[in-house]
Unconditional design. Sequence first.
Length: 727
Amino acid sequence: MRITYFIFFFWCSLFLHSRSQDRTNLRDIDERAGYQLPEVIVTADKTETDMQKTPLSLSVLNANEIHHGRIWDVKDISAVIPNLYAAHPGDLRSVISIRGITTSSYEPAVSLYIDGVNQFSLDTYISQLNDIERIEILRGPQGTLYGRNASGGVINIITKQPDNHIRGFAGIDYGNFGLQRYTAGIGIPVITDKLFIGATGMVQRKDGFFRNKFTGSSYDDVDMNQGNYFLKYQPNKRLTFSINVKHQLQLNSGAFPLVSDMQEAFENPYTLDQNRLSKMRDNTFNVSLTGIYKHDHYTLTSQTSYQDNYRFYEDPIDGDFSSHDIIAVINNYGKKWNRSKVFMQEIRFSSPLHSVSRLRWNMGIYGFKQENPVKQGTYYGDDAEMYGSPVTNFTDITINNLTGYGFAGFGQIDYQLSSSLNLIAGLRYDHEYKKQQIEGAFLPDGGEAVITRTDTSTSEVYRNLSPKITLSYRLSKDHNFYGMYSKGFRAGGISQLSSDPSTPPLVPYDSEYSNNLEIGSKNMFVENRLRLNATLFYTQIKNGQIPVLMMPEALTLIRNAAKLESKGLELELSALPVRGFEFTYTFGYTHAAYKELIIADDGENKDLSGNKQIFTPKTTSFLSLQYSRSITAHTNSTLFARLEHRRIGKRYFNLANTIYQDADNLLNARIGFQYKRTEIALWVSNLMDKIYIDYAYDFGAVHLAEPRMYGLTLKTSFLGNSSKKGS
């Protein structure tokens, strides 16, 4: 809290000092006329608005902050944003928690959008970030406009798109652990105001942080590439068509670098002893077609998208995290299996973009179709008796084939009751159908498969209403206040087939519902050089979906067995104290505890009511200080330095609250030189080489976060105008 008090008194002094100076020296005002925080335009409500006038808890990271903060992965925004925590166990698919609402299955609790397209599940989303325009983070349920799986909030990522300027860039990063990262991109107006193309790419290689004693080599080596391609055509000023293709391929030699418990993780950090090493191939392909028609009295938007993810282990992957031949997981059964496909369509009808009417509206329909056929084998090796198996050298095969579809209708209005008072009201109806088909087999080494579970299936229908109502009050141009109620939901589902006879498959579980109340204020001070936003929130979860991870198959079974209450606050401060110096501080506090929590343990129900929510730090704080100074007035040469302090409070990783990580204090630094559009910089993350747990499973397996990383960045870019004119 000392730093909070320091910041408060620092800014009070600065404010009073600036007011005194303003009274005595009007000339200084003219000199500072262009020296202020820029207006931030967002699309949080699926239309362009000023962030400070958007009545919800919203954070935005612009391109400059993303670049200097080295935000390369979705998980890198953990704790940068108040009350947000993100981490993964080594496979680049992050569990994301906001305000204690956290992902517990492949149905996310926080919805991720990239260029307006919903990344439907953990199977289909692209995690790596390259050439990003901005990242918008909406906290609290966003069900009215965004629908399913947005009960914790929405992360809205917008990449840079081609326009009437020729632009391009190329960058190289080298670092320890064999890090090599190459990025490049170009945008070209083929015909000015008519036809545009753009492409960006990224290739990254890195040795693993972990060492495998069994093989004497590194573990979790990653090779990755990614592409993002745009084609945009404007037949006239009213109509725009865009085609966007994205892909990402991850080759991970040793995914899931886990040890069996907390004690082992800290006694022998970054050391494993596993008898199997397999390469995971994770290939994601996304394509979307967007059409926008802008009439004088309305805007019509249509977006069609398709997502495809094929993920498998080339060889069996270690399932017991030891040098013994006990358990391995197999899922390389061909492209028919373990390939998730989603087709989506959304059509929106909204008021004109820059409407001055007292009434604005946004309404539409949405639909999806999903296929997720999963075939997985659990192999019991020579040492399977150590696990309690009376039989060795066989494979237990399970098939869980999920199909489904859904549709939704939604609408939201924004009505200006008076010059200072606005009302926002919205409602969404979702209808979903899911079908789960299962089958099981026993396959001994060298023998014939024996059917253990005949082909059977069940289906369920889920319906949901998501209302929202907001009142916002404008005290002045620079001071806005709001109060909001919103409801979100996470879709229900059907339990999968596992080898545990005590957990029957095809048991449906209901949707999870969240009700959220929040009040907030958004303020600008000191001639737009100081921005201070604050929010208080209260969230209640009903029908809480409680995950039970079944080992050794690593299948997550869900039960509705909880009521959760989460409350807290968020503060965000951005400022320009003196020319060239940028200051950012964020703070979040979340108290998320279960009012009711009953879980099954060895055939008995255990009451864990009162326990804290998993993946939810009690506090988060982030401080960044960046200073830039021109060397001379005429050479466009700049020196810059950046220091970041990130504190992540104590968090738990299992419902029993026995696996946890105490509060961490992490330091990152960056220093460099820029000449015109060319930059060279040295950087270091986790400067103090802090060893800490960032992810753990309920059954005890633990993943350590990245150790100290350091490296060198070289980047150059260009910007020009097109000479080709449209007819």
